[in-house]
Design a protein around this ligand. Structure first.
Ligand code: HH2
Length: 263
């Protein structure tokens, strides 16, 4: 079986890549269905940007943004909700989401009480402060022990589907992101599925700077996104979170087929 592809659908005015494009629920639904047609296995609906310095959103506004989209899309595909708010997670599950994608790694009680899956992602601090001089003694060991501890807590609380995610770009320098990618196999084999999100992130833009030394703009980060998603899948990620679904599904299919050949 090939690794799963989670398509990103941000119903926000300010997400770093697709902000402002899908605030209208009908447009969001169309974008979601387009990603389903391209082969997405899960659509991750988010109503609050986590980019550094993003404006906080109230529970009511976040619900207003995500719930109609989740309700409509969940008739067609598995839907996850990208939130850090228990109230929003609960309402999203009632609307049809079956996976809580939680960058704060705190919402497992919601997943436990509703019998849905949960993603434990590592972040240093909060989105507002996470990129202020991130330092670790050993980034790989610290991220691994954090996500595994949270995952075990969730498992003990009764969550049967637990994902771990190193949180690429969440309070990490470019070098720390690369180190985490290099050591991804150390997150595999602990009893939890690994998911990874590198899609269009700034460190990929910095690897391919423009002529004046600026990071490549988001629309020019496909090569980095696809190669790091493929890297992650080969390293054992069971799911990648991406904006560019069609090419990533091709890469995932290739990874799945090479596994069959070597079996
Ligand atoms: N990255 C983003 C948001 N949610 N969830 C998981 N599990 N892993 C990730 O790497 C991850 C995530 C950031 O990307 P995006 O949603 O495109 O941007 P924004 O936070 O600005 O809405």
């Amino acid at each position: 079986m090939r690794p799963l592809v989670m398509g990103v659908l941000n119903v926000t005015p300010d997400s770093f890549s697709d902000g402002g494009l899908y605030l209208d629920p009908q447009r969001a639904l169309e974008r979601g269905l387009q990603m389903v047609a391209e082969g997405a296995d899960v659509i991750d609906v988010g109503g609050e940007s986590s980019r550094p310095g993003a404006e906080p959103v109230s529970e009511a506004d976040e619900c207003r943004r995500v719930l109609p989209v989740i309700e409509a899309l969940s008739a067609h595909v598995r839907v996850s909700v990208d939130t850090v708010k228990p109230v929003v997670a609960e309402a999203a599950v009632a609307a049809g989401a079956t996976l809580v994608n939680d960058i704060s790694a705190t919402l497992w009680p919601v997943a436990a009480s509703h019998g849905v899956g949960w993603v434990a992602m590592h972040m240093r601090g909060t989105p507002a402060t996470m990129q202020d001089d991130p330092r670790y003694v050993d980034v790989v060991a610290e991220v691994r022990s954090f996500v595994l501890a949270r995952a075990r807590e969730a498992s003990e609380a009764g969550v049967s589907e637990v994902w771990i995610d190193p949180g690429i770009g969440f309070g990490k320098t470019g070098a720390q992101n690369l180190s985490l990618l290099h050591h991804l196999p150390e997150l595999v084999g602990h009893g939890f599925s690994l998911m990874v999100g590198t899609s269009r992130k700034t460190f990929l833009g910095r690897l391919a700077p423009t002529a004046d030394g600026q990071p490549a703009p988001v629309e020019d980060r496909l090569a980095g996104s696809l190669s790091t998603a493929t890297w992650a899948m080969l390293a054992g990620a069971a799911m990648v979170r991406v904006h560019d679904v069609a090419p990533t599904v091709q890469a995932a299919t290739l990874v799945g087929q090479t596994r069959l050949v070597s079996a």
